[in-house]
Design a protein around this ligand. Structure first.
Ligand SMILES: O=P(O)(O)OC[C@H]1O[C@](O)(CO)[C@@H](O)[C@@H]1O
Ligand SMILES: O=C[C@H](O)[C@H](O)COP(=O)(O)O
Length: 926
């Protein structure tokens, strides 16, 4: 039994005089409750000031509310109420178990109402119904105006923690107000048995003031110095013990006996202000000296720790208070009037809380203004738009799976009903994530050191982001698996992936929701054959499939005897699958703690539920910004992501582009664009900045000053990706609804696939790929696609590119679609090309590597707005690789995909050229 348990045995409950969001989120508060160390929580305006203004714990939650036009006070109450509710929920079991004697959490009324009876009554009722928890106590100050408010509030059936009590006279009034409130209830035939109240009697502050006077006497009045010296540090405890004696007396009187028979409880004294202010005193003095039955002591963290370490628990309270009366008498003899002291303390106490409240409002106001600045030109329209989402109950309808938010088409609606499972993924995945972790552990134990994931789009991008953000961690005492991703049919890239995957030590993850994605099938054929050749009968133990139940891939994996088959959630579409096995199993292989990742996602989910106001929902507000920005002409969502989050944009790109890019509409994600001076950007931009260390603060400021909206999302560590996945999924769903788009299908992807299939069939028949007639050619390369004015006069590929760029119109974007190996050399030169294009045309630029981007931005290219120039680049392959059993090579598959892509774009009258590099290199285009 520890010291605090002993204290409790003597009849005193220890409450915690502290609240802070991080304590709620990191499990510390839950732990203190579980260990039986604290039995309640108290807050006050100073505590909230410290919690909110002196930390960044609340900033992320504050932003959407600020963007939605809420003022500082609205924001404060939303944040405070959330904390109080969360704490109350943690205490709920104790509250029930202790038959409602402990387990309370206190929230104080606005201290600026301390002298306003009616204002306090109304505010108490407002907070009581907003928090909506039976184990809440509303704190009301024991001012003259507060006393009648206490009576009315108790009579209304609300638990009250009466605060700022200093004097015995006032304390008697408090007891009377409590009893009167109960009597009022009885008179109305209302029950009194579940009403709880405590009287917070402030302790240490009395010593602070009295000791100051005593010290003046010691200094200035020689004759009284001895007595004054002996009284130092005595007043507060004496005053509190007298209060306890009063409590014993009052609650033994007939008046209360009547109430007790009806089930009423006593109003326990609560010793507040019990941290030691004078370092010369014992640091647990205001706990040790005030122990007795039916009391509460609320202590800040340092006092709790001190008592746990060296506090002595003995009963020190009782009816015999002669010594205490003597202390008060002696103080009076020295001219220190307790009436005067306690009056001053009450006035100062009210003021201090009011000042803290005002300072807190100012601190929130500053942060609110800074957040609003981020919206730039969108700031005025956003509050109305968020209100509209609220009126139209968008979040409720999303959770109710109401497809009419996105489309009237019955087929589309039927599909959407099967595609909203991601809303619950953070919780649903909790059931299975231990299996993924165990499987990862078994792979590691069996000596597998590498993993190669074969997948496209939604099935490969989340794993890639996790790999690049987290790096390779640990599984137990081993290095986790070094995960690589293959999502390209470019033969060079296939070979590179193969060279980095030693067969004896590699786990292959065949990852396809549908199980029919042609690239993935080709990768499987290739690596299965390799594994068979080297590992023979042991090959299957090196393969895991992630696929939805009932797919051909599942069947194949079963037939071949794969090490494991992980079932996807059929209610979740590919690009929304990050928090299902498609993202989570690769994460486990990397040694990522799935519990923490899912916890962050769950926290975001909890903020996204329909019960919360729209302005508090991070995904809803973000989605509203994205949607409204498009309607305002800012459809180029430009992603700035600081290390280690640079790769996050590639996941975002596929989510947003494939979801919204259809029916001639869409948001155009612009990822990893080389930076240029702020004035080069058009008014079609909305920037989002994923901030980790503030490396790009200056750049963000310059953009903001140039009039662009720049939304900032602070990420504290890689695990925040869990939350971001969820936030952006919600935002994408909301933005799609605002744009009137079905965000859950990808109608134009199939066309590309069909055209590719036809090309391959023809190739199989004729051994030639039909590339059509070039519009221009020389020994450097050939040009296909739309007719360009003056093309015949061009003498180099560079000139061809220049001619093509003349087609650019204001607010177009230029998409470079490179069917090239994705490695640092090609990336560098293509980024250079992007830079030149951006400076020359002022248009946003995107870069995609084929065929990877076909499963990302490919849908947007064909289905989105006709505001793009597509520069497709293909090349002669140096070293081709056969796809076993398919009668084609990866090189042919890649080229057929490029041709299918080109054809699909031309069929939609898009402005596209293909430059096929024969002798030339990409450098020659710049
Ligand atoms: O997981 P699958 O079925 O192989 O699909 C891969 C990707 O292809 C698409 O279906 C189309 O691009 C994406 O939505 C998906 O993420
Ligand atoms: O409810 C608790 C009181 O507000 C708190 O104990 C005040 O303590 P202080 O005097 O240390 O500010």
């Amino acid at each position: 039994m520890n010291r605090i348990h002993r204290l409790h045995q003597l009849g005193q409950s220890l409450w915690y005089d502290n609240i802070q969001r991080s304590l709620l989120e990191n499990g510390k508060l839950a732990q203190l409750i579980e260990q039986g160390l604290i039995r309640g929580v108290t807050s006050n305006p100073t505590i909230f000031h410290n919690a909110i203004a002196r930390s960044n714990d609340y900033d992320a939650a504050l932003k959407p509310m600020a963007w939605s036009g809420w003022n500082a006070e609205q924001i404060f109450y939303q944040l405070a109420i959330e904390d109080i509710q969360a704490a109350a929920d943690l205490f709920r079991p104790l509250y029930e178990e202790s038959n409602a004697s402990d387990g309370y959490v206190s929230l104080e009324v606005n201290p600026l109402l301390a002298n306003d009876t009616n204002g306090t009554i109304t505010e108490s009722q407002r907070l009581w119904s907003l928090v909506n928890r039976p184990n809440l106590m509303i704190k009301i100050p024991a001012t003259a105006a507060g006393i009648p408010a206490i009576r009315k509030t108790i009579a209304a059936g609300i638990n009250v923690n009466v605060t700022l009590i200093f004097s015995l006279v006032r304390y008697a009034e408090v007891i009377d107000a409590y009893l009167s409130g109960l009597e009022d209830r009885l008179a109305q035939g209302l029950p009194v048995d579940r009403i709880a109240s405590v009287a917070s009697f402030f302790v240490s502050r009395v010593d602070t003031k009295v000791d100051q006077r005593l010290n003046e006497i010691i200094q200035n009045e020689e004759s009284n110095a001895g007595l004054a010296q002996s009284l130092l540090g005595k007043a507060a405890i004496a005053n509190a013990r007298l209060a306890y004696a009063l409590y014993l007396k009052k609650f033994a009187e007939e008046r209360f006996v009547v109430l007790r028979e009806k089930g009423a409880r006593t109003q326990r004294p609560l010793w507040a202000s019990t941290s030691t202010k004078n370092p010369a005193y014992r640091d647990v003095i205001y706990v040790e000296e005030l122990i007795g039955p039916d009391t509460v002591n609320t202590v800040p963290p340092q006092t709790l720790e001190a008592f746990l370490d060296h506090g002595e628990a003995q009963v020190k309270l009782g009816p015999d208070v002669e010594a205490e009366k003597k202390v008060i008498r002696q103080l009076e003899e020295l001219g220190i009037s307790m009436d005067q002291v306690t009056y001053e303390l009450e006035v100062e106490g009210v003021k201090a809380f009011a000042d803290a409240f005002t300072a807190l409002q100012q601190a929130i106001e500053q942060r609110r203004q800074a957040a609003v600045e981020e919206l730039g030109p969108l700031r005025n329209s956003l509050p109305e738009s968020v209100k509209r989402q609220e009126q139209e109950q968008v979040v409720r309808r999303i959770f109710d799976m109401d497809p009419s938010l996105w489309t009237e088409d019955p087929n589309g609606q039927a599909e959407i009903r099967q595609r909203l499972g991601w809303l619950h993924s953070p919780q649903n995945s909790r059931v299975l994530h231990r299996d993924y972790q165990q499987l990862a552990e078994s792979c590691s134990k069996d000596g597998l050191t590498h993993a190669l994931l074969l997948g496209m789009g939604g099935s490969s991008l989340a794993p890639e982001v996790l790999r690049l953000t987290f790096g390779v961690g640990r599984i137990g005492d081993q290095n986790a698996l070094d995960l690589a991703i293959l999502d390209s049919t470019d033969p060079q890239q296939v070979l590179e992936a193969a060279s980095r995957a030693p067969l004896e030590q590699t786990l292959f993850i065949v990852s396809s929701k549908s199980g029919t994605t042609s690239e993935v099938n080709a990768f499987f054929d290739y690596f299965w054959q390799q594994a068979q050749t080297t590992l023979g009968g042991k090959a299957a133990a090196h393969f895991v499939a992630i696929t939805d139940p009932g797919t051909v891939l599942e069947k194949l994996a079963r037939e071949k005897g794969f090490r494991a088959i992980l079932a996807g959630d059929p209610q979740v579409g590919g690009r929304y699958s990050a928090l299902t096995p498609f993202g989570l199993f690769p994460a486990a292989l990397l040694g990522i703690n799935l519990d923490t990742l899912l916890q962050r996602a769950e926290r975001m989910m909890a903020q996204s539920l329909p019960a919360l106001p729209a302005a508090r929902n991070p995904g809803l507000v973000l989605g509203t910004i994205l949607g409204e920005a498009v309607l305002d002409g800012r459809d180029k969502l430009t992603i700035l992501a600081e290390p280690p989050f640079e790769s996050f944009g590639s996941w975002l790109e596929q989510l947003i582009a494939e979801s919204t890019g259809k029916e001639g509409k869409g948001i155009i994600p612009v990822d990893l664009e080389p930076p240029v001076a702020a004035e080069h950007y058009g008014e079609d931009r909305l920037f989002v900045y994923f901030r980790s260390n503030g490396l790009w603060d200056e750049r963000a400021n310059a953009l903001r000053q140039a009039g662009h909206p720049v939304l900032v999302f602070d990420l504290k560590d890689a695990y925040d990706l869990g939350a971001e996945f969820y936030r952006w999924e919600m935002a994408t769903a909301v933005a799609s609804a605002i744009l009137g788009i079905n965000g859950f299908d990808q109608p134009d992807v199939q066309d590309n696939k069909d055209r590719t299939t036809r090309k391959i069939e023809e190739y199989r028949r004729t051994a030639v790929l039909d590339e059509g007639q070039p519009r221009w050619e020389n020994e450097q390369g050939r040009v296909y696609g739309i007719q360009l004015e003056g093309l015949t006069g061009a003498s180099t590929l560079r000139e061809v590119v220049q001619l093509f760029l003349r087609e650019a119109r204001k607010e177009d974007y230029v998409a470079i679609n490179a069917y090239l190996p994705r490695n640092s050399q090609t990336l560098e030169v293509l980024q250079k090309l992007r830079h030149v294009i951006l400076e020359k045309t002022g248009c946003a630029t995107t870069l995609g590597f084929g065929p990877r981007f076909l499963h990302s931005t490919g849908q947007l290219h064909k289905g989105g707005p006709d505001r793009a120039l597509f520069l497709q680049i293909t090349r002669e392959v140096d070293q081709d690789v056969e796809i076993p059993g398919r009668g084609i090579s990866f090189g042919i598959l890649e080229r057929a995909q490029a041709l299918g892509d080109l054809e699909a774009l031309l069929a939609r009258q898009r402005r596209v050229i293909r430059i096929h590099l024969t002798k030339a290199s990409v450098e020659d285009l710049i």
